[in-house]
Write a protein that binds this ligand. Structure first.
Ligand code: ADP
Length: 480
């Protein structure tokens, strides 16, 4: 079974969020299921070619676009057992930012990803790859689903291939002005409501949702939420219509990169049988951010994530200001919405020595925070799956989450009576609700008999990719 796995970001080559983690791990887990994935990604300027052992294939080919051809130079590398192909093009990818500058978008994203999808077709022609299934991700890959169905040009060895489109986040839809429809290279009959038209604009994702053979998303709860007005971002009707072709498959955690026993990035290693290393990680984390040293009962709260409305980071300042009456240190790592960055800066300034803030992207600090915190905060307004809570549990860090999407599917509320559960779950995205959930967690932390049970429950969770990979493999096979 061969699959063309077309992803706009793949960890560790290029990453802005969870999609990269999925694209970096799932193909390798699929190999164990007898599925050979050929990965395809743009060769962005920020991809470190030497570090990842990428080499030119020597192949250069034309990619037809409206207004003339563009050239692609093909690079190759390996991700575990999987071959990976990267499309180099100076005009589209030789600039900072995968999709745009921080908080923004490149103005030519439609052409950049039309080039990517069209380039994937040409790549298969040149390499004579004829995978029966193409697995696409988010709006950046949606046009390829439309090409496979509408056949606007010769598809070569991809003729007849089936498509699977995974929704990692429905709120990013690839919306463009309608007068740019010609740039999609799709037939004009798709420039209408039963096509890519979306409230007077174009939605690339909508085209994919309409035309892909199967749709998946990254948790069972999110699969239900996106069929409702509250979670559907205007696409709930279409998704409900396609409910029979839509399935929620929970993401896994790549424990090769996220395990405190073997994590090269953290200050000390530890495991379920001996948490001494975690204590070192807590102290080093606080020290690294220049916070006051920990007392015997001080709790450390961590947050790592994109500072977007989705993630509820704007709830943090009020909740944390109230929580700081307790003996706490708070560590926040993120980047995104300038307004949220501003309020977080104010929060840190108001509580020097107790709130540490780093605005930026740091893989290493993300690992430090997972290892060095007691509680991991995820007050997300919506969360398709969420990976950070999975990593947190593996590091013996208790998640405090809002009941949405994959957070609901993976974090079970802790019940001190039965000793069951893995975290704290609150219902409404309000600072007060976050505050109360953290207070409940701090109460447990002050009672070692409950806390040690809770941490042990977290450490015992297994969200490895194997089970999900089996489900994806079965889905691919059902298509051929
Ligand atoms: P999303 O894909 O919506 O951003 P997920 O929880 O699925 O959220 O995945 C987020 C991933 O991105 C995690 O691996 C997390 O550690 C990482 N991440 C997010 N923001 C940062 C940051 N500022 N620095 C380092 N890693 C980050």
């Amino acid at each position: 079974m061969e699959v063309l796995f077309v992803a706009p970001e793949i960890s560790p080559l290029a990453k802005t969020g969870g999609l990269a983690d999925v694209a970096g791990a799932l193909p390798q887990a699929l190999a164990a299921e007898g599925v050979k994935c050929h990965l395809v990604m743009p060769l962005y300027a920020e991809v470190d070619r030497a570090k990842h052992g990428l080499t030119p294939t020597g192949l250069e080919f034309e990619v037809p676009l409206p207004g003339g051809v563009e050239w692609a130079r093909l690079w190759q590398g390996k991700l575990g057992p999987c071959p990976i192909y990267l499309l180099e093009n100076a005009r589209f990818y030789d600039r900072p930012g995968l999709y745009g500058p921080p908080g923004g978008e490149h103005p030519d994203n439609l052409l950049r990803f039309a080039f990517f999808c069209r380039g994937a077709v040409e790549l298969c022609r040149r390499l004579n790859l004829a995978p029966p299934v193409v697995h696409l991700h988010d709006w950046q890959g949606a046009l390829l689903a439309a090409y496979l169905r509408a056949h606007p040009f010769d598809l070569g060895p991809l003729t007849g291939a089936k498509s699977v489109l995974t929704i990692h986040n429905l709120s990013y839809q690839g919306i463009f002005p309608r007068h740019d429809f010609y740039q999609t290279m799709l037939p004009p009959y798709l420039d209408q409501v039963e096509g890519l038209e979306f409230w007077g604009n174009l939605s690339l994702l909508k085209g994919g949702l309409l035309l892909a053979d199967r749709l998946t998303t990254v948790s069972p709860t999110y699969a239900r939420e996106i069929q409702t007005p509250a979670g559907g971002h205007g696409l709930e009707g279409l998704l409900a219509r396609r409910a029979r072709d839509l399935v929620g498959i929970l993401n896994g955690a790549d424990y090769r990169h996220w395990s405190p026993e073997a994590d090269p990035l953290i200050p000390a290693r530890y495991g379920p049988d001996d948490l001494t290393g975690k204590e070192i990680c807590r102290r080093k984390l606080v020290e690294r951010l220049g916070l006051e040293p920990l007392g015997p009962d001080t709790a450390v709260l961590g947050f790592v994530g994109r500072l977007a409305y989705q993630k509820g980071a704007d709830l943090l300042p009020e909740a944390i200001s109230r929580l700081l009456l307790d003996d706490l240190r708070v560590v926040i790592l993120g980047t995104g919405d300038p307004a949220v960055e501003h309020t977080l800066r104010e929060l840190a300034r108001a509580h020097p020595g107790r709130v540490g803030l780093e605005l930026g992207f740091s893989e290493e600090l993300a690992h430090w925070i997972q290892a060095g915190s007691d509680l991991h905060l995820m007050p997300s307004r919506f969360e398709p799956c969420g990976l950070s809570q999975l990593y947190a549990m593996r590091y013996g860090t208790v998640p405090v989450v809002r009941a949405s999407g994959g957070l609901r599917d993976t974090v079970m509320p802790f019940d001190p009576f039965t000793g069951q559960g893995t975290g704290f779950v609150f219902q409404e995205a309000r600072p007060g609700d976050l505050f109360h959930a953290v207070r409940e967690a701090l109460w447990c932390r002050a009672h070692p008999e409950h806390w040690s049970r809770l941490v042990a429950n977290c450490l015992a969770q297994d969200f490895s990719w194997a089970a999900s990979a089996q489900t994806y493999a079965a889905l691919y096979r059902s298509l051929v």
